[in-house]
Structures are given as structure tokens and as C-alpha cells.
Design a protein around this ligand. Structure first.
Ligand code: PRP
Length: 179
């Protein structure tokens, strides 16, 4: 059933489930025999992270960060504001960043730089959604669920004013809600 704030459903619950199975199979193959530290970027990633880790059969641990980027600037001098850092030392570990969406790419491009300085064995990105039209900073994401158009989307972790994260699908928000 569609929420009254939703204009249309862009990606159904079933499509998300199927794609998560595919991504998890790829991750299981790529990390066979290794341990993966899944790093969820709060809050948008929680639903995706919770679903995908339960499909992994490699050894998994989890940690979380809260970050925000200062404006839409691609300046390499620009800083990422770390509001909550990892509670784990990632040196020598295989880090898999789990995100709900890559939009401008600024958050992830800077985050990857910061995490690489901590000398992990590897850093990869797994993002459910990608909005390539909005890209300002280059991001190499190994695992991507869906490429989506530049629309205001909510659900499956994504919010508008902190609401609608719990919707089990990805939907387009009605214009009248945010205009
Ligand atoms: C969203 C999303 C990413 C970031 C992507 O988080 O979860 O972290 O924005 O944007 P970018 O590619 O333009 O940098 P948001 O700051 O909305 O916080 P939330 O996850 O708590 O909703």
C-alpha cells in the first residue's frame, strides 16, 4: 500500500529484495574467506544495512558513523564533519561502507579519503541508490543497487524532514509536500 505522501513507487519492496540478494551474492564471492567490517553511515543506511548483512555468509562486523559535508563544494580542502566516528580501529581490515544513496558524491569521496588514511586492508562502497545526474565529486562504488533519476525520493531509509524512512519501498515524494 502506498503512503499518501508518495507520488509513485519508484522501486518496489520485491525489486529491492531481489537486488539485495544479487549484491550480497557478489559480496560473498568477493570476500570469500575474509572478514568484512560493514560501516553504516547514519541514518539513511540503517534499513539497507540491516537487510544486506543478513544475506552475507562471510564473517561480518558492523560499525557506524554520522557525517555531514559542508555545502556543495568539490574543493579538496573542504572538510567532512564527523559527528560520530567509528568505535573500531580499521587498520588492516576490509571496510565496506554501506550507504543508502550517492547524490553529489561529496560525502563518500571525502569519507573514503579519511578512512584510507587509517590504513585499512581495503575500502569499498556498497550503495543502494545512485543519482549520477547530481554528481559533483568522483566516487568509485563497487556495489550499486539502482541508478535513479533526479527526483525527490523517500523510503527504505531515505527521509523528508526525518519522516518516511520506514517505508518498505523507494517512492517519489509528492511536490506539494516539499514546495
Ligand atoms: C544523505 C545520504 C548520504 C549523503 C549523500 O545523508 O545518506 O550520506 O546524503 O549525499 P552526497 O552524495 O550529496 O554527499 P543525509 O545527510 O541526508 O543524512 P541522513 O542519512 O541522516 O538522512
Amino acid at each position: 500500500m502506498k503512503n499518501e505522501a508518495v507520488e509513485k513507487i519508484l522501486i518496489t519492496k520485491e525489486e529491492i529484495e531481489k537486488r539485495i540478494d544479487e549484491l550480497a551474492s557478489k559480496i560473498n564471492r568477493d570476500y570469500e574467506g575474509k572478514e568484512v567490517l560493514c560501516v553504516g553511515i547514519l541514518k539513511g543506511s540503517v534499513i539497507f544495512l540491516a537487510d544486506i548483512v543478513r544475506k552475507l555468509d562471510v564473517t561480518v562486523s558492523m560499525d557506524f558513523m554520522i557525517v555531514s559535508s559542508y555545502g556543495e563544494s568539490t574543493e579538496t580542502s573542504g572538510q567532512l564533519n564527523i559527528k560520530k566516528d567509528l568505535s573500531t580501529d580499521i587498520k588492516g581490515k576490509h571496510v565496506l561502507i554501506i550507504e543508502d544513496i550517492i547524490d553529489s558524491g561529496i560525502t563518500l569521496s571525502k569519507l573514503v579519503e579519511i578512512l584510507k588514511e587509517r590504513e585499512p586492508a581495503s575500502v569499498e562502497i556498497c550503495a543502494l541508490l545512485n543519482k549520477p545526474e547530481r554528481r559533483l565529486a568522483h566516487v568509485d562504488a563497487k556495489y550499486i543497487g539502482f541508478e535513479i533519476p533526479n527526483e525527490f525520493i523517500i523510503g527504505y531509509g531515505l527521509d523528508y524532514a526525518e519522516k518516511y524512512r520506514e517505508l518498505p519501498y523507494v517512492g517519489v515524494l509528492k511536490r506539494e509536500i516539499y514546495e
